[in-house]
Every structure is written in C-alpha cells, then in structure tokens.
Design a protein around this ligand. Structure first.
Ligand SMILES: N[C@@H](CCC[C@H](N)C(=O)O)C(=O)O
Length: 287
C-alpha cells in the first residue's frame, strides 16, 4: 500500500503525519503502520504516527500513535505541527481554530509570516490532578504532589499530572546525572500507573526556567514532549518552584517551549513546528 506522508517535528519530536482529508487507511492497520514506519532501519524513522483528520467537534482532528503502536490521547508537539499543516495546506483559512484530540479539544493560534507558520500557541486546557483520573493507584486524592516513590534503590518523589495523557514528574538536582535510560522504562510500566506513564526529570534552574528530560510512554527517550513540558510547569507550580500566570521557559533537548499555567486554569504552550520531508511510504501487505 502506498501512503502519502509528511514528516514534521516540534523541537525534534518527530512524527509521520498522514492527511486523512486526502487518504484513507483501515483502523486495523494503524498500530502496525506506526511500528513499521517508525523503525529507523526498515521504515522512515520517527517517534510515531499522527493522523490529521476531519472532526465533528472541531475544525480539524488528530490522533497520535507511539513508536510501539500504542495510541496516546494527546501530543503537544504534534498539535503545533497539525496546526501548521492545517493552515499551510488550506484545511483551515483562519489563524485561530480548534483541534480535537482523544483527550479534549484545544484552541490553536498560528503566527504567520509570508504564508508560513512560524510559531504556534496552543491553549491546552486544564491539567487533571485528581489521583484516580491520572490514573494512579492508591487512595484517591485531589492531587499527587511530591509523594515518596521508590524505584529499586532510588528514593524519588513523584508529582503526577495528566494533560489528557499521564505524566510522572520528578524534580532532580541535575538532569545531567539522571539515569534516564535505566529509570524511564521501569517507571513507564510501573504498576502504580495502570495505563503506563510518561516520565519527566526536571531541574529548576530559576523561578522562570526549567531543564527537562523525558522518557515517553510508547516511544522512549525523545527530544521533546509538549504535554510533558506543560505537566512539568504545572508540577513546578504545585511544588512552589515557579509561579502561576508567568511564562516559564522549558529547555528540552530539542529546544525551548514557553509554558504558562494561567489563573483561570488553562495551560498555554508556545513553540515551533517544522516540516522535514514529504513522500510516499510503502507499507508491507502483511501489516
Ligand atoms: N510527544 C508527545 C506525547 C506523545 C504521546 C505520549 N507518548 C503518550 O503515550 O502519552 C507530546 O509532545 O506531548
């Protein structure tokens, strides 16, 4: 099967985007496609697949599949890329519009110069903090903030935040010495998070700046995670490290995002989105 694609990235978090306004693919092929196309040796190489599709609830819809074929509920970097694609390909003709994800419908605003989207701001909606809604095992509570969390010999404190998808945020003295590749996969599948979890290690470097590292559920280490950056700023506010209603710069491996948790409850994310390539992917018949 020949599948037209656009490869895009938001701060290095790269996905294969498939435009379902122009192309159809069977539901049962989606998970296999994500695994196949993400393989760096026998596919294109990516963190997963994002579908750009018609929506009844919003101007455009998106679905995200991780590298391992699992489906996520939302993707911050993907939302900025979908916004850029939708505007530059004439799916939407306005600079402000709505995008539906499996988690919620968000508001996007594109910053355009000479017809090209330079930057995108997304109102990601309100974080979900209630323990059972993250979801996280244990007695239900309105928030999980700096709760002791032992993994093997490591004694950590977890703050759990859902941005539609679950995040376990750990504050550390330095992200340079965090055993990300050892702890990430173990915490991702820890039974305390029944749906799995995205894992973030955060170093507070000033009241306006965070250093960020991520192990993503279903994709492993990536260069950036937009929902993770949002969750980390929310966690930093809950831990008293940064202020609400202020722009916080999050330094990710692939670049910076500006995140704000406003007084009304919404989390805002601003950052770039870039096109890498377009082409045709040849999906094997047995997928
Ligand atoms: N990279 C994304 C998040 C993608 C989904 C995530 N791995 C999950 O399974 O929840 C982002 O930029 O937010």
């Amino acid at each position: 099967m020949e599948i037209p694609f656009t490869k895009m990235h938001g701060l290095g978090n790269n996905y294969i985007y498939i435009d379902l306004f122009k192309f159809t693919i069977a539901e049962e092929q989606l998970s296999g496609l994500a695994k196949s196309v993400s393989d760096v040796y026998t596919g294109i190489g990516s963190d997963g697949v994002i579908l750009i599709q018609p929506s009844d609830a919003a101007d455009v819809g998106m679905r995200i599949f991780n590298k391992d074929g699992s489906e996520g509920q939302s993707c911050g970097n993907g939302l900025r890329c979908v916004a850029k694609y939708a505007y530059e390909n004439g799916i939407i003709q306005r600079e402000k519009f709505q995008i539906e994800t499996r988690a919620n419908t968000v508001k996007a605003e594109v910053n355009v110069e000479a017809g090209l989207v330079q930057e995108v701001t997304i109102n990601m909606g309100e974080p979900i903090l209630r323990r059972q809604a993250i979801p996280m095992m244990g007695e239900d509570a309105p928030q999980v903030v700096a709760e002791p969390f032992t993994v093997g010999d490591e004694k950590l404190d977890v703050t759990a935040v859902s941005m539609g998808n679950p995040h376990a945020v750990f504050f550390v003295n330095s992200i340079d010495t965090t055993p990300l590749y050892e702890l990430g996969p173990v915490i991702e599948k820890d039974q305390r998070f029944p749906d799995g979890v995205n894992v973030e290690f955060i170093e507070v470097i000033s009241p306006r700046e965070l250093n960020f590292q991520v192990w993503e559920r279903g994709s492993g280490v990536t260069q950036a995670c937009g929902t993770g950056a949002c969750a980390s700023v929310v966690a930093a506010v809950l831990n008293g490290s940064v202020q609400r209603n202020e722009d916080i710069t999050v330094h990710l491996a692939g670049g910076d995002l500006i995140i704000k948790w406003d007084d009304k409850g919404s989390v805002w994310m601003t950052g770039g989105a870039d096109v890498i390539a377009t082409g045709t992917y040849f999906l094997a018949d047995n997928i």
